[in-house]
Design a protein around this ligand. Structure first.
Ligand SMILES: *Cc1c(COP(=O)(O)O)cnc(C)c1O
Length: 493
């Protein structure tokens, strides 16, 4: 019997259609092992207002716009109206006004890709590769953008204590090939704002554009400032800043697929666009990397803005920041743990200064207690740590979060760091990955105890400890192989 005729085969296309009720039941079962997207126990990836009616408005607007295609704004003028409203609202809070040129995109990576493309295309073509100069704490979306756009990334070390970008080191990294200078407001790893005014000024002096990556901070910092917090200037109002990205699917609390990139100048926005009319088909006009694209995320982001309003965002920012202050103060009381840098936004990195307390083991212990803490590997002067993105719903959860951190730290110290033999790390570092196929790599993972098909909470401390001990290029090669195995047929479903 071929797999197509085998009714026992769970995956794939059924011979006859199934009812929506049955399908939704199956989706619910498949999601059983997912982390929860609401409630605040998952301190990364998801942003929860704690207000069901807001998420409900977004879901209904998403459905309403689901089948509208952003491919042709002349066919579906609703998308132009929604995008102009959203971009205008973001610009008004980020140093521009209703006339500031911008683009609604699918996420931070795409916003950054378009800003880098605009900067590249603003420069005459040269024989050697153009460079993007970014602090070492800048998001990997810049590495991805230069990789896709045929440019190079120049990564500049940051201050080893504050983790903020170093203007002098940045100035020293500028060359005639520099096409863009990057600042983060704040950086994702430590939640600290780079000295945007200094970086933008030195870019302007060199005649180079400056992009502010406010993907994570762009829709929380303005509200923190309105709430009275001292937030240094970071947006389009800063001389020399030529573009800024702001994700609506982070602190905008919109469902995924929503970000905005703003440009100080309309010419830069045009360079982000793409048109192609030299084929026998329809003329292609794209504002983004994607071409055919659902207007669902646009409708949902618009609805979230309308459902919350400025008052809603101010309250959510205050809740998230209050929880952050409680967390930072509470961590100082937990033996062996410390916060890296001084976060300017609701993002906190927690490291261990006790060799007997492994943060990766702590994360596994927290997972057993129903919490998910995101692991950040050591890099430069930043030691391995746990990242917490606090959101509106965290406002009432700081006490619970601190209790689980405290308990998990005690448990992690009791069990000690995972036993990873140095020979294993050396063997992995020296492995000829090209000689191993996906099935072979799956076997290798199983031999070090990685149970990808298993039920229950995955124990990741061994894997994280191994990755942490390897140089970035080896980490990346192993992670690509891991991803391939995860999606390969070599595993049980
Ligand atoms: C999340 C993030 C990005 C990338 O955004 P995606 O929406 O995941 O593509 C870029 N920069 C910063 C600072 C971020 O926090």
């Amino acid at each position: 019997m071929s797999p197509l005729e085998n009714p026992a085969r769970a995956a794939g296309l059924p011979q006859t259609g199934r009812s929506a009720t049955e399908l939704l039941g199956e989706l619910a079962r498949l999601r059983d092992r997912d982390l929860p997207v609401r409630g605040g126990n998952v301190t990364a990836y998801v942003y929860d207002t704690g207000r069901a009616e807001v998420h409900d408005a977004a879901a209904r607007a998403h459905l309403e716009m689901l089948e509208v295609n952003c491919l042709d704004p002349t066919a579906f003028p609703s998308i132009v109206a929604l995008e102009r409203q959203l971009v205008g609202a973001v610009a008004e809070r980020l140093g521009g006004d209703a006339a500031t040129p911008g683009i609604f995109t699918s996420g931070g990576t795409e916003s950054i890709m378009l800003a880098v493309k605009a900067a590249r295309d603003a420069r005459p073509a040269r024989a050697d590769r153009l460079e993007v100069v970014a602090p070492a704490t800048a998001h990997p979306a810049f590495a991805k953008a230069v990789h896709y756009l045929g440019m190079e990334l120049v990564s500049v070390p940051v201050d080893p204590v504050t983790f903020r970008a170093d203007p002098a080191a940045t100035a020293a990294a500028l060359t005639p090939r520099t096409a863009l200078v990057v600042a983060s407001a704040p950086s994702y790893p430590h939640g600290v704002i780079d000295p945007v005014a200094d970086l933008a000024a030195l870019a302007a002096d060199a005649g180079v554009p400056c992009h502010v990556d406010a993907c994570v901070g762009g829709w929380v910092l303005p509200w923190l400032r309105e709430n009275g917090q001292d937030v240094p200037p970071f947006d389009l109002s800063v001389p020399g800043v030529t573009s800024i990205s702001c994700d609506l699917h982070k602190y905008g609390y919109a469902p995924k697929g929503a970000s905005v990139v703003l440009f100080a100048d309309e010419g830069m926005r045009r360079r982000a666009y793409f048109a192609s009319a030299g084929w026998p088909g329809y003329p292609v006009i794209n504002t983004t990397v994607q071409s055919s694209r659902s207007a669902g995320p646009l409708g949902a982001a618009w609805a979230t803005f309308q459902a919350l309003g400025a008052e809603g965002y101010r309250a959510l920012a205050a809740d998230a920041m209050r929880a952050t202050e409680q967390l930072v103060a509470g961590v100082a009381e937990i033996p062996g743990l410390r916060v890296l840098g001084e976060p300017d936004a609701p993002l906190v990195a927690i490291a261990s200064d006790d060799p007997g307390l492994c943060v990766f083991t702590l994360a596994d212990e927290a997972r057993l207690r129903g919490w998910f803490f995101q692991v950040q590997l050591s890099s430069g002067d930043s030691p391995a740590n746990l990242h917490m993105t606090l959101t509106g719903v965290s406002g009432t959860r700081a006490g619970d979060l601190l209790s689980v951190l405290r308990e998990s730290a005690v448990a992690a110290r009791a069990s000690g760091p995972p036993d990873v033999p140095a020979e294993l790390v050396d063997a992995l570092a020296g492995l000829d990955l090209d000689a191993i196929d996906d099935a072979g790599f799956a076997g290798l993972l199983a031999s070090v105890g990685v149970d990808l098909g298993g039920a229950g909470d995955p124990e990741m401390a061994v894997v994280n400890t191994i990755l942490d001990a390897l140089p970035p290029a080896t980490r990346e090669a192993l992670l690509v192989r891991f991803l391939a195995v995860l999606y390969s047929p070599h595993l049980p479903e």
